[in-house]
Ligand binder design. Structure first.
Ligand code: 5RP
Length: 256
């Protein structure tokens, strides 16, 4: 405690200034960053954290790295969902582990392309859907961080559904996707025009639906076909969704 009233006043003024500065930074934040920073409160000392992929997940990696290097969080291990996130995490001072080494992460924090009112998701615009889904399915809790542009009434309304396929005979899936009502587009790299190859050595078809009325049906039909490795439908997985807005974060929880 400061000894004199003037020292006390100056300490109070400094504290008020720091609070105001924090508030101003919060107001100036990108909504994705606001959601990502809010997700940090879910992480506690000693946890294994699944690390998502994408620009929103990247804001979370930065916040987590800062919390670790400043000593605010201790004994954290991250399980990355892509080679990119692994490199980013290591650069930011986050100790990484594989899913095999840490098979049940306490929590996974990841972004999404679409979120519907039942907290069902489309993911995979960043191409990491297979590892993201494996890490999410094996985690005790999945917390999704998005901005409000990702909220839709029906899945498929805004984004195409990414589907990861084996390279062998991949063209045969096109007619199958059409039979489900989708327009498939093989994902290509720009500017080369070569097919995009995932971290797992596969291709991706982006399947554009008008909307997906029965996501469970689409999921089971696609997953029953040889050569289709994974879809970007994340059904029944998200426990909470944090939606970053202009000056606050809205939390949606799954009804159990
Ligand atoms: C990557 C993903 C991403 O989480 C999703 O595409 C959202 O990305 P962003 O946060 O950049 O909007 O599923 O495979």
């Amino acid at each position: 405690m400061p000894q004199s009233p003037s020292a006390f006043k100056s300490l109070l003024a400094t504290k008020l200034w720091l609070v105001a500065l924090k508030y101003l930074c919060f107001i100036g934040m990108n909504p994705k960053q606001r959601a990502a920073e809010a997700a940090l409160s879910y992480v506690k000392d000693g946890m294994v954290v699944g690390l998502g992929t994408g620009s929103t997940a990247d804001f979370f990696l930065e916040a987590l790295g800062t919390a670790i290097t400043s000593g605010k969080l201790r004994d954290i291990r991250g399980v990355p969902t892509s080679k990119y996130s692994e490199l980013r995490a290591q650069k930011l001072g986050i100790t990484t582990a594989t899913l095999a080494q840490c098979p049940s992460p306490d929590i996974t924090i990841d972004g999404a392309d679409e979120v519907d009112p039942n907290l069902e998701l489309i993911k995979g615009a960043g191409g990491a859907l297979l590892r993201e889904k494996m890490v999410a399915q094996n985690s005790r809790k999945l917390v999704i961080i998005v901005d409000s542009s990702k909220v839709v009434q029906k899945l498929g309304q805004r984004y195409a559904l990414p589907v990861e396929v084996a390279i062998f005979g991949y063209q045969v899936h096109e007619a199958f996707f059409r039979s489900l009502g989708a327009q498939p587009m093989l994902r290509v790299e720009k500017p080369s025009g070569h097919p995009f190859v995932t971290d797992n050595g596969n291709y991706i078809y982006d399947c554009r639906f008008t909307q997906i009325d029965q996501p469970h049906n689409v999921e089971s039909k696609m997953k029953s076909r040889a050569g289709i490795i994974e879809t970007g439908l994340f059904l029944g997985l998200a426990g909470e969704v944090l939606i970053g807005g202009e000056d606050k974060v809205l939390t949606l929880k799954r009804n159990l």
